[in-house]
Design a protein around this ligand. Structure first.
Ligand code: RFL
Ligand code: PHB
Length: 394
């Protein structure tokens, strides 16, 4: 088989890239290791920045998002038992975020791809990338016991943190930066009304908690837990009991509990690969970087990578220019490091680090107190949370 762009991975990065290339008349094939249902079953991101919203619109898949997504102009920070609102909208001159689950984004993209009759090969086993240091890259894979090969002009590594593309880059050409946090997030999804109309980020001496949501009837909650905890150890009742202990009295009284429909533990890490280009292979999204989820930046960063990558590939075919592909890595990395800094800082501020002792908790509370009483402090949080403008620092 021959295509212009072989995209590895049918997560949000790969699907969005496929859609944007299709709009520009560029042919792409997507190879995905899992089934479509498996991809849709992964409960992940919930918050979209304006940049991601605009891009989904550009890809022609924004209709349901605008109908069902919830526009949020602020969020609460809870510490020392009291809640304080960060009015993002006011502090950023009118910017908001949209609460719309990654599952829904993925579903919209999958449906658009199917409607356009574009090729996605699910359950592609042993995907391998070859000759990306030449003008004739190839991808091989197995499907239904048969070996297949795709020749292409470019390979887009949209295959997440555990993917094959980054792992295939020459070790001498790649630098990796990593921080692993000593805790994870235990997440529960439940068909219960959210405890509050906006998100609540909680700093408590018992550990971080987050009250998020997917709709007026579906909630998503998270608890900081030790990395040694196993999800089987956490009954629904134990989860709700612990969440209540981390909330303020009003939220505790209002919290509606119910059976979990999904429960999982995610480790937290900060990770960046440099560069994001290896000849004719590019990394985009979680394949190139991971942020801890505290700032809700992962999916949004993936969307900006894809925006830069699709523009670069379109420029290559339409204008016969390599300027975009040459600057792809550097452009993305600037934005990635800014989001890495914010996600690391927000994680450090909101979580319990037992190794920092009682003084650590007091210092976090003093910093939180500064943020909510200083317009400059609050604005800094707000402008990062809604997402820095694409031309920031240019
Ligand atoms: P994905 O979603 O991991 O998709 C990669 C796809 O590649 C496939 N794959 C392969 N296919 C073929 N051959 C191989 N060898 C392959 N290896 C892997 C995989 O099966 C998969 O389908 O990466 P992508 O597309 O770059 O998307 C990134 C986002 O998923 C991620 O950044 C976000 O989910 C992060 N994140 C959040 N981001 C936000 O912007 N806002 C949030 O509120 C937010 N909350 C979260 C999050 C991530 C979380 N977890 C579980 C890590 C909350 C959590 C709990
Ligand atoms: C979510 O709803 O899954 C979510 C929201 C905000 C975050 C992380 C995750 O910072």
């Amino acid at each position: 088989m021959r295509t212009q762009v072989a995209i590895i991975g049918a997560g949000p990065s790969g699907l969005l890239l496929g859609q944007l290339l299709h709009k520009a008349g560029i042919d792409a094939v997507i190879l995905e290791r899992q089934t479509g249902d498996y991809v849709l079953g992964r409960i992940r991101a919930g918050v979209l920045e304006q940049v991601a919203i605009d891009l989904l619109d550009e890809a022609g898949v924004g209709q349901r998002m605008h109908q069902e997504g919830l526009v949020h102009g602020g969020f609460d920070m809870l510490f020392k038992g009291e809640r304080h609102r960060i009015d993002m909208n006011k502090l950023t001159g009118g910017k908001n975020v949209m609460v719309y689950g990654q599952t829904e984004v993925t579903r919209d993209l999958m449906e658009a791809r199917a409607a356009a009759g574009l090729t996605t090969i699910y359950e592609a086993a042993n995907v391998a990338v070859h000759d990306f240091d030449s003008a004739k890259p190839r991808v091989t894979y197995e499907k239904d016991g048969k070996q297949h090969e795709i020749s292409c002009d470019f390979i887009a590594g949209c295959d997440g943190f555990h993917g094959v593309c980054r792992a295939s880059a020459p070790r001498s050409a790649i630098k990796e930066f990593e921080k692993i946090y000593p805790f994870g997030w235990l997440g529960v999804l439940s068909d219960t009304p959210p405890v509050h109309e906006e998100l609540i980020y909680v700093n408590s001496p018992r550990g971080f908690a987050l009250c998020s949501q997917r709709s007026a009837t579906r909630s998503r909650y998270y608890l900081q837990v030790p990395l040694t905890d196993k999800v089987e150890q956490w009954s629904d009742q134990a989860f709700w009991d612990e969440l209540k202990l981390r909330l303020d009295p009003e939220a505790r009284a209002k919290l509606v509990t119910g059976p979990s429909i999904e429960k999982s533990i995610a480790p937290l890490r900060s990770f960046v690969t440099e560069p994001l280009r290896f000849g004719r292979m590019f990394l985009a999204g979680d394949a190139g970087h991971i942020v801890p989820p505290t700032g809700a930046k992962g999916l949004n960063l993936a969307a900006t990578d894809v925006k830069y990558l699709s523009n670069a590939i379109i420029e290559f075919y339409q204008d016969k220019s390599e300027a975009g592909i040459d600057s792809y890595s550097e452009r993305c990395l600037k934005r990635i490091w800014r989001a890495e800094r914010f996600s690391w800082w927000f994680t450090s501020l909101m979580h319990n680090f037992p190794e920092n002792g009682a003084i650590g908790q007091k210092l976090q509370e003093a910093e939180l107190d500064y943020i909510i009483h200083s317009e400059a402090g609050a604005r800094s949080v707000a402008e990062n949370y809604v997402g820095l403008p694409l031309d920031f620092g240019q």
